[in-house]
Ligand binder design. Structure first.
Ligand code: MTE
Length: 311
């Protein structure tokens, strides 16, 4: 990888020290199991019948190579290159049928297959900015369906105020889960009104093709106004809740990672500034925009809130 695409902040600064140290143990595991990465095609299956959504930023998309080879997916390891390297041998293709369990405060709980969840909706292509809490960013042409449309089908009731999302637990497929780097499963949450916002997307592809495992195949969340860690990958659980969800990163570092995690250049991470970002593939840093440039659409969700306290 080119030097300019390497993080300027060391991994040890970004990750809790205990997690970072665990990586040594993890690497020992990975070395034992990793086989040729070429076993998985660089490209995935094309998705047909895409509708071009008006939600598209007028900025050059990050290269497919970087989008699929510079990843955060701790289930595969903590290095940016681990997900693309580990996924072919461990994850392979997403198991079929991929089932998602919908539970909690709703009228129609149950287990649904990927097809039943996604197929009733038109697939949209949306070009969004992605801003990681580590101060790097990308522009990604996602393919997906509006999260709100999917959630409504399960008829959330009047007690449903939050939505919890859970990633698959399968240490055979996710070697990172053999090590207690994080409290598995990876869990994320949104307030119900955030989840119902038209920008929130349930993504199944990018660059016109199905998601590769390293990007969260076969279904992941994309919440473009929040730091990337909210955009949970490889989802198997959706739960409507009456109370806020205790998320993985809040458990790992409550001082550092808040529930809302809205992109906010004025609230620094305790260990680094959030005022600017490094767009992958670019040389100069860019200013970070409030709500990652989506303030006009989403700021109203937080009116009256102190976003330095509710970070
Ligand atoms: N989801 C799971 N299950 N595990 C993870 O480690 N990392 C998050 C998020 N979703 C993560 C996850 C972080 S920190 C970021 S920045 C984005 O995924 C990165 O998405 P990308 O690798 O597709 O760019």
């Amino acid at each position: 990888m080119l030097l300019r695409t390497e993080p300027r902040i060391r991994e040890s600064e970004v990750t809790d020290k205990s997690l970072w140290l665990d990586r040594r143990r993890f690497l020992a595991l990975g070395a034992a199991g990793a086989v040729a990465a070429s076993a998985w095609p660089a490209r995935s299956a094309p998705l047909a019948g895409l509708v071009k959504s008006p939600y598209r930023v007028d900025e050059t998309p990050t290269s497919l190579k970087d989008v699929t080879h510079y990843n955060n997916f701790y289930e595969f390891g903590t290095d940016k290159s681990d997900p693309a390297q580990m996924a072919p041998s461990y994850f392979g293709k997403p198991p079929k049928p991929w089932m998602v369990t919908v539970s909690g405060e709703c009228g129609k709980p149950g287990s649904v297959s990927y097809d039943d969840l996604i197929k009733p909706h038109a697939l949209e292509e949306r070009i969004y900015r992605l801003r990681c809490v580590e101060a790097w960013s990308m522009v990604i042409p996602w393919v997906g369906v509006p999260l709100a449309e999917v959630l409504k089908r399960f008829e959330p009731n009047s007690k449903a105020k939050y939505v919890e999302f859970t990633t698959l637990v399968d240490p055979d497929r996710f070697p990172g889960q053999r090590v207690a780097m994080l409290d598995w499963p990876y869990v994320e949450g949104l307030r119900l009104d955030e989840a119902m916002h038209p920008l929130a997307l349930l993504a199944v592809g990018l660059y016109g093709e199905e998601l590769l495992p390293q990007n969260g195949a076969p279904i992941r969340l994309v919440v473009p106004w929040k730091y990337g860690f909210k955009s949970i990958k490889s989802i198997v659980g959706i739960r409507f809740a009456d109370k806020p969800v205790r998320t993985t990163w809040m458990k790992a570092g409550p001082r550092e990672y808040g529930y809302y995690a809205n992109v906010n250049p004025q609230v620094d991470h305790p260990r680094w500034s959030q005022a600017s970002e490094r767009r992958i593939g670019e040389f100069r840093r860019r200013e970070t925009l409030p709500f990652n440039g989506y303030a006009e659409q989403v700021a109203g969700l937080y009116s009256g809130m102190d976003l330095a306290v509710n970070f």
